[in-house]
Design a protein around this ligand. Sequence first.
Ligand code: TYD
Length: 211
Amino acid sequence: MFIVLDGIDGGGKSTQIERLAGRLRDRGETVVCCADPGTTAAGLQIRQLLLNRADIALAPLTELMLFFAARAQLVAEVIAPALAAGQTVVCDRFLLSSVVYQGHLGQIPPAQIWELGQRLFGDCQPDLTLVLDLPVPLAATRTQRALDRIESRGAAYLESVRQAYLSAAAAWPDAIRLVDASPSADVVAEQIAAEVAARATARVTERRACS
Ligand code: TYD
């Protein structure tokens, strides 16, 4: 399975990725964790340009294409080989982040970004994208580190990011599931495990129906 965790910062993505990976490994699965943008050498260079170089201007389409470039490398180098080997992939952000940040919050129609991703990444689409959702003030109390170029756009911006995730989840309910990230990490981990188990069962049923 290919599982993505996404959502506003402060939702506990990193903690939950570790917990989910640990839980799946305990069940005997080989799990590959990765991050978009990042993980590959090219992706990390692109990430620097995207997030840490406020001195370099990027037009909206340039920004989108750079996120796609980092993602294409991640798919080619990490995700596709892992899936082909029957491994489970857990990824920190993926296509939905571009739909939200460069689409809803940017200048490019969100549906076009979603469709472009479907076309470009073919068989390497996430089986499930989980959005860790919580109110922005609560998320802010959980974020300790310095904000990057996109996050430092302000609290009102972060609220619109949250609303954009909610809209996207409503638009593509089969692909995107909301998880309430307000409770403790233990409770959130249980919700995530339940969503992943439900999707795994649905996949088995679909395969049986096809064969
Ligand atoms: P993140 O993975 O959360 O990195 P970190 O936890 O180290 O900050 O996200 C990096 C930033 O990039 C985040 O502000 C969201 C943004 N982003 C986009 O704007 N578009 C995208 O397609 C992706 C994947 C991320």
